[in-house]
Structure formats: structure tokens, C-alpha cells
Write a protein that binds this ligand. Structure first.
Ligand SMILES: [Cu+2]
Length: 305
């Protein structure tokens, strides 16, 4: 009898085939794709007002190599560009609608006057295809917020119409004030629509890896723009939840898994302790790893000595 005529032998052959698929995914990571979401949007200044231009329109978006989906995007990127302003600044956002249906723009977790809340048909008329609408307000309070469609949202948001909106800088809690923060990472979670299971509009192996040196820290803002809750797990290091929905916590909460509900923004401080490539993924396992290997909501933190 040959080795593969035995039960153990055929199991070994099947395991080899499955393991080869897993290895292929890992070797492809980080896979190159067209397009990068969440890029910083530069405003122009008009009489002291920061003016940001957004255009919503359909486009093809590559979520992973050789997988192009029809997205609905702000400024041709998924997630939409990151908007950052400082407390006290006057902000104007001009939204042009080039979609085949109406839309409106909501500033989620951001204090704005009711007329700027972007919920048609209650606080404004729908922005019809071909039309524009100007939102304007003063950034009154710090925020780890989001902007997203509030029209046919179950379709428009998961198809790509969402982005990060940040006001001010997140302060470090007194107990973690020694941290050397070298980067802030915005991670927009999605699980539905044409984009599907993704981190910042990309699915593994096309997700972006992040890098720290031992002793360095990063602040991660998780934004859940999907339809499901995602327990985000970083193998190492442990993190501290320092803010919930943009509000700093009096006492940071340690953890390795942070459950981010739809609409929630959790801010976590991670400080690198041990070198290596550490997996970082949603722990609902059918969002992350199956017979074909890792997919969807998976990336890595690379810690250098
Ligand atoms: Cu998940």
C-alpha cells in the first residue's frame, strides 16, 4: 500500500493541500491593490473657514487582488478621506451628489446644530442626484467621529460611503502618560454591502500592516461602519481602552480584545513589548479565517526590536 492509501495518509494529503492555501495567503500579504482609503483631506481656507469638498459617486474598488466591486465612494476612495480639524475651527463641507439616488451626510459623534445633522427628510431635503449641499458648523468639542450617508444607509454606507472625522488630539490618561506615541491609526470596520468584510476598505491579504519598535506606542481608533459587532483582537501587545466614542475614560481598561458595536468608536493605546509579526483580526472567526486560510478582517502588527 502507498502512503496515501491509508486514512492517515489521505488526511495528510488533504492537510498539505489546505496548508498550501494558507501559506499562499500569508506569502501574498500585504498584497498590492489599486486605491487607498482614508487619506487625509486637505481643506482650502476661505475667510478663516476650512472648506472640504466631497463628491459621492459610484466607482470600481479593488478590495483584494483581482476582486473589483462596485463601490459608492466619497472622493473615489473607501473609506472616504479622513477629515481632521481643531477645536474652535469653522468647518464647511460641500457635498456633491453624483450618485444615481439621493443622499445626505451625517456627522456621527460630532456636535453640530440640528439643521446640520444630515438626516433627510427631517433636518434637510434629500440631496438629489446632480445637486450639492453645504454643511457648515463650528467644531465645538473634541471628537473621534465619523461622517456617513444617512439616506438609504443600509446600502450607501456599507458600499463605501463613510469616513473618519476627527476634532482635536486624544489626550493620554495620566497612568499612561509616559507612552511614546509614534502613530495614530484609523481602522474603519465594514462587513456588508459590496465592500464586505474589510479593514479600511481592504480584505486580507490586501490589508495594511502596521509597524512599531519595541517600546513605541500607537493610538488606534476603531470605527465600526458595518452592520455587525466586531471583537478586534491583537495577539500582542495588550492594549488599553482610553476613550469610548471620543470621550476619554477616567480609568483606562486593559484588554486584548475590544468589542466594537456598529456606530461605536473605540480608542485603544497599544505599546509594543515583544518583536515579531503579530496577527491582528476580528475574533468572529468566520470574519477572519477558514479552510482557505486567512481572509477579510485580518492584518498584522510588525514589532521590530
Ligand atoms: Cu468581525
Amino acid at each position: 500500500m502507498g502512503a496515501h492509501d491509508t486514512v492517515a495518509g489521505s488526511a495528510a494529503a488533504a492537510a498539505d493541500a489546505m496548508d498550501a492555501m494558507h501559506e499562499k495567503g500569508i506569502k501574498a500579504f500585504p498584497a498590492k491593490t489599486e486605491g487607498k482609503g482614508g487619506q487625509l483631506l486637505e481643506p482650502r481656507i476661505e475667510n478663516g473657514v476650512k472648506v472640504f469638498e466631497l463628491t459621492a459617486r459610484p466607482m470600481m474598488w479593488e478590495t483584494e487582488p483581482e476582486k473589483e466591486v462596485s463601490a459608492w465612494a466619497y472622493n473615489d476612495q473607501v473609506p472616504g478621506p479622513q477629515i481632521r480639524v481643531t477645536e474652535g475651527e469653522r468647518v464647511r463641507i460641500v457635498l456633491k451628489n453624483e450618485l444615481p439616488e439621493s443622499t445626505s451626510l451625517h456627522f456621527h459623534g460630532v456636535r453640530v446644530p440640528n439643521s446640520m445633522d444630515g438626516v433627510d427628510p427631517y433636518t434637510q431635503d434629500p440631496i438629489k442626484p446632480g445637486e450639492s449641499f453645504t454643511y457648515e458648523f463650528t467644531a465645538l468639542e473634541p471628537a473621534v467621529g465619523m461622517y456617513h450617508s444617512h439616506h438609504d444607509a443600509q446600502v450607501q454606507v456599507p458600499n463605501g460611503m463613510a469616513g473618519a472625522f476627527l476634532i482635536g488630539d486624544m489626550p493620554l490618561p495620566a497612568s499612561l502618560a509616559d507612552a511614546t506615541v509614534v502613530q495614530t491609526v484609523n481602522m474603519v470596520l465594514n462587513d456588508a454591502g459590496t465592500i464586505g468584510l474589510s479593514l479600511n476598505g481592504k480584505s486580507f491579504p490586501a490589508t495594511e500592516p502596521y509597524k512599531l519598535k519595541v517600546g513605541q506606542s500607537m493610538i488606534v481608533n476603531y470605527f465600526n461602519e458595518g452592520l455587525l459587532t466586531h471583537p478586534m483582537h491583537l495577539h500582542q501587545p495588550k492594549g488599553y481602552l482610553i476613550a469610548k466614542d471620543g470621550v476619554p475614560l477616567a480609568t483606562p481598561e486593559p484588554g486584548d480584545t475590544f468589542v466594537v458595536a456598529p456606530g461605536e468608536r473605540l480608542t485603544v493605546l497599544y505599546t509594543a513589548t515583544d518583536p515579531g509579526v503579530w496577527a491582528w483580526h476580528c475574533h468572529i472567526l468566520n470574519h477572519a479565517e477558514g479552510p482557505q486560510g486567512m481572509f477579510g478582517m485580518v492584518t498584522a502588527l510588525i514589532v521590530e526590536p
